[in-house]
Design a protein around this ligand. Structure first.
Ligand SMILES: [Ca+2]
Length: 461
């Protein structure tokens, strides 16, 4: 070992990590402006962040890279008002072949769903193909998410047009696209889109054929599981927030009840007929200073951490609370797992490997949801490639590894899984850490680059 490469980390960079009981959040990037969507491209490690003002930035959450501009749509987007802007993004299932991605944005008076092209990752603003434009009578309730189902069709949740109480009765009107989820076949060059032949209302004269589901108010984020189940978070009026469920392969054309019902309560039943025909949410929570006032739908965790598998994560923008929901054979349970504080939790996102990320809207940060023990559980590769001494230590500890020459990230997790140190090592074979700066306890030291990691336990006495 070349002692001349002796390197002291004089300035420890503590990352901004939250910690509570059931999950921990580790910051993976920062410096964003009003992030309201986190999307993967189906192939790479990159995550793409939708910024409400009209830009899409991408970063590598494993490398924790800084966000870089992917697409600038600010010339198209009108983001005047809290609920307008660039609101949704979905990559074509064959994005790596055709470069197509789809966005949902507002202009002064419309919602636009459009396709753009980024061949080899290079965005072409002039490639825009308008798929659908829908007039918005009010500035709020634009929903705006986009998602491809496992069936390859594009699902478009639409808000009820806005104001309060759905004054135009749009969500229950089958001739209106507002207040619905639409299902479109976008694999055509001869038309803006095609109607999938098995859409539920193709043979109904009273309901537009694009419609997949009815009775929604402001569905703020939808998510498919790998198996095709669909979770729909619908923002309530004054009383309650709701999570709705749509089972895979059900194309019966469900009606989720708004404005006849708000959650499980009746709201305005004028002209609603038999109320039992509506599909109730699988979970609601009442508005309160503790619970919040505006649901943010997330995803079912299908990544690598065993303790999180099968749990649907969602939260509330007003309170910042995050819950997970289990839905086993129709038996639904929820548990509060985190509190980010109000004004932060605008969106959840999935990586290609099923890991879940969340936005810090006000702060412009993105966090990865981790099991508190993940620092120990997912870093189980042999640690013989790291020599750490003295160990246990009550002060300085020296870390030697050939891997240090590969410019890895050096990450330290405490016993609760909280990330307490995250710093880049540059071309060194030996690092000195001053553990006196940290509380006593067991730590997991790991060295990571994009391909691999190694780790070793450290005891701080
Ligand atoms: Ca409802």
């Amino acid at each position: 070992m070349n002692r001349s490469l002796f390197f002291v980390i004089a300035c420890l960079s503590f990352t901004n990590a939250f910690s509570q009981n059931s999950v921990v959040l580790d910051e993976v990037t920062s410096g964003l402006s009003k992030p309201i969507g986190i999307v993967n491209d189906g192939k790479s490690n990159f995550l793409y962040v939708v910024e409400q003002g009209g830009t899409i930035k991408k970063f590598d959450p494993i490398q924790k890279s800084s966000p870089e501009l992917f697409a600038n749509l600010t010339s198209k987007v009108n983001s005047n008002g809290g609920e307008k802007g660039l609101l949704g993004l979905a990559f074509h299932p064959k994005y790596d072949e055709n470069g197509f991605f789809f966005v949902n944005y507002t202009t002064a008076s419309q919602s636009i769903i459009a396709r753009f092209k980024a061949l080899n990752g290079v965005f072409d603003l002039a490639s825009e193909k308008i798929i659908l434009s829908v007039a918005q009578p009010f500035s709020n309730h634009n929903a705006g998410d986009l998602a491809f189902g496992p069936d390859g069709f594009l699902y478009v949740p639409m808000g009820d047009g806005g104001s309060g109480g759905d004054p135009g009765n749009r969500a229950q009107n089958g001739q209106e696209l507002l207040g619905k989820i639409l299902r479109l076949d976008i694999n055509t060059e001869n038309a803006p889109y095609l109607i999938p032949a098995d859409n539920p209302f193709v043979s109904f004269s009273t309901v537009k054929p694009e419609i997949w589901a009815l009775g929604l108010r402001n569905p703020w984020r939808i998510s498919f599981t790998k198996g095709g189940d669909l979770y729909i978070a619908d923002v309530g009026q004054d009383k309650m927030e709701e999570i709705n469920f749509h089972a895979a392969n059900d194309n019966s054309g469900l009606n989720y009840g708004w404005r006849c019902k708000e959650g499980t309560d009746n709201y305005n039943t004028n002209g609603c007929g038999d109320l039992s025909r509506f599909t109730n949410p699988i979970h609601t929570y009442l508005h309160s200073s503790s619970n919040g006032c505006s649901v943010t739908g997330g995803h079912v965790y299908e990544g690598s951490m065993e303790s999180l598998k099968g749990k649907y994560f969602f939260g509330d923008f007003c309170s910042g609370k995050m819950w997970w929901l289990t839905n086993v054979s129709g038996v639904v349970n929820t548990e509060e797992v985190f509190n980010m504080g109000g004004g932060q939790l605008s969106a959840f996102g999935l990586s290609t490997t099923g890991e879940i990320y969340v936005t810090g809207y006000n702060q412009g940060d993105i966090y990865k949801i981790n099991d508190p023990t993940t620092g120990f559980d997912d870093l189980n590769q042999p640690s013989s490639d790291i020599v750490a001494y003295p160990n246990p230590t009550n002060g300085k500890i020296f870390i030697e590894s050939d891997f240090l020459k590969k410019n890895p990230l050096l990450i330290l997790h405490d016993a609760t899984g909280r990330e307490v140190l995250n710093t880049k090592v540059s071309n060194n074979s030996k690092v000195e850490l001053d553990m006196a700066l940290f509380p006593k306890g067991v730590y997991l030291l790991s060295l990571r680059n994009e391909n691999t990691w190694i780790s070793s336990k450290i005891i701080n006495e």
